[in-house]
Design a protein around this ligand. Structure first.
Ligand code: MN
Length: 491
């Protein structure tokens, strides 16, 4: 498939995302909502597997989290929402129906602003999002399958986007942004490995300028941003190939094989399944007042969009900002990367220093220095001390990094300036002291040729002279000051 052929077509993608809510218990029962590492069928209540006569009771906490999710999605919250039964026959669903919301979902239409590296912002509209329970899990063996109902009744919200995405990288960026929104809003724990967020990607291809969308295929249950991107790209190419042959794309559900990096057909949707939806009469409607909704939404941490605004006002660009937003999630509960910046926000120059320090020094150490141990160090106090010393020209950027690394995994912080002085990291910015060394170096016969060259306009040799001064001062002279003093003497 050549790029020329692909360029004739437009990709259109819509995403459905299931987010596991961070509740203690399940959506309609008191069973534990944390099924990780539990033995099969040990955290499931008769309500979750639908023993006749059981009466579900809605988990209020799940409703509160849905209200928070609504704010993160820039959506309205319904004053009245209801549950419906979606019937289908499958061994992971002994109830015979999934309790979900079809006609009156709790979260209405909204929009997610997705920032792209090239500076564009892609607005992906949200059609709606609804509350529902998860089903169990089947594991297939040779000629039999085993059922684990630990996930049955797990509270989810399903976020349904409009088909506003037109490239694989946009699909990946949208998935990433949803993850950020849901974790920053504390709606989910965001454990992707354990399926806390799963993406279904609807992909279609059509000739550019066509007035109708192509037939779509849905790739189900992707659990990483990268697989969202790869699956969208693979599916687009597969469909273009079919269309170029003059054949028709079949509407179907497909699975993603991460090892083969391929999608494959699971079931055709040519005969749309009849789910026999009906209102769930066991569960009263969710009725919410404006006051209740705003009280919950007022009590939320900052969302990524607010952070982007704050950080760009400090003068940070896209990549450092996204690095900080990612790291906040990565080290949540260990180091509060963003809070450190917020704590000194009244001093923008310092806040920018702390932000850049986190991006360029702290985060790379946290990610790749295997000897580094996150301890009880007050990182903000350490970075602040380094800021003061650097600002006063007492610390070179090289020594600042060395100093930070030496002190950052101590549990108790010594006086930073005293420590730096004892270790010889403080640079001399005293003009009198450096002037003496400069004069000495310029008078030294070894410098004669460089001095001559500099007088004749060969500016490059100044590096040699500064090097001599650094050597004589035992590396402690402030090189910028040394250079200034040389220039004052040689014109
Ligand atoms: Mn669903």
């Amino acid at each position: 498939m050549t790029d020329e052929i692909l360029a004739k077509y437009e990709m259109t993608v819509g995403v459905e995302c299931h987010v596991q809510l961070a509740t203690d218990t399940k959506l309609f029962s008191g069973a534990d909502n944390d099924a990780r590492d539990k033995s099969p069928n040990s955290v499931v209540s008769p309500i979750d597997y639908g023993l006749p006569g059981m009466l579900p009771v809605l988990n209020r906490r799940a409703v509160d989290l849905a209200i928070k999710a609504g704010k993160a999605l820039n959506s309205s919250i319904a004053h009245i929402s209801r549950f419906d039964r979606k019937h289908y026959f499958y061994p992971d669903l002994p109830k015979g129906y999934q309790t979900t919301q079809l006609h009156q979902p709790i979260i209405g239409s909204g929009v997610v602003h997705v920032p792209m590296e090239d500076g564009r912002v892609v607005d992906v509209r949200i059609h709606h999002a609804h509350l529902e329970e998860d089903a169990g899990k089947l594991t297939h063996f040779g000629d039999y399958s085993l059922v684990d109902l630990n996930r049955a009744g797990t509270p989810l919200i399903e976020i349904v986007s409009e088909p506003d995405i037109h490239s694989a990288i946009e699909a990946k960026s949208y998935a990433t942004e949803l993850y950020r929104l849901m974790t920053y809003a504390e709606v989910t724990f965001g454990d992707l490995y354990h399926g806390n967020m799963r993406f279904d990607v609807n992909v279609s291809a059509a000739l550019k300028g066509a007035t109708t969308l192509g037939t779509r295929a849905e790739v189900k249950n992707l659990n990483s941003f990268r697989s969202v991107e790869r699956a969208a790209e693979y599916e687009f190419r597969r469909q273009v190939e079919i269309l170029e042959k003059g054949e028709k794309v079949v509407q179907e559900t497909r699975g993603w094989d991460d090892n083969k990096q391929k999608t494959s057909s699971q079931r055709s949707k040519e005969n749309a399944q009849d789910y026999r939806y009906m209102p769930d009469a066991d569960i009263p409607p969710i009725v919410l007042s404006d006051d209740e909704i705003s009280a919950i939404q007022a009590d939320m941490p900052r969302l990524p969009g607010e952070w982007r605004q704050i950080l760009s006002q400090l003068g940070l660009d896209y990549l450092p900002i996204e690095t900080l937003l990612d790291a906040e999630n990565e080290f949540r509960g260990k180091i509060n990367i963003l809070q450190m910046i917020e704590d000194v926000i009244a001093d923008p120059k310092k806040a920018k220093f702390i932000a850049n320090w986190n991006v360029n020094t702290l985060i790379p150490i946290l990610r790749s220095d295997t000897n580094f141990k996150i301890g009880q160090t007050d990182y903000l106090a350490l970075e602040s001390a380094i800021y003061e010393l650097s600002d006063a020209n007492k610390l070179s950027s090289t020594n600042a990094k060395i100093l930070f690394r030496e002190l950052a995994d101590l549990d108790e912080l010594p006086n930073v300036e005293t420590y730096a002085t004892e270790k010889g990291y403080i640079q001399v910015s005293d003009e009198g002291a450096i002037t003496a060394i400069v004069d000495e170096v310029l008078a030294d016969p070894i410098s004669a040729k460089a001095v001559e060259d500099l007088k004749n306009g060969n500016d490059k040799v100044i590096g040699f002279l500064v090097g001599q001064i650094m050597k004589k001062s035992g590396g402690k002279a402030n090189p910028a000051l040394a250079q200034k003093l040389i220039r004052e003497r040689i014109k």
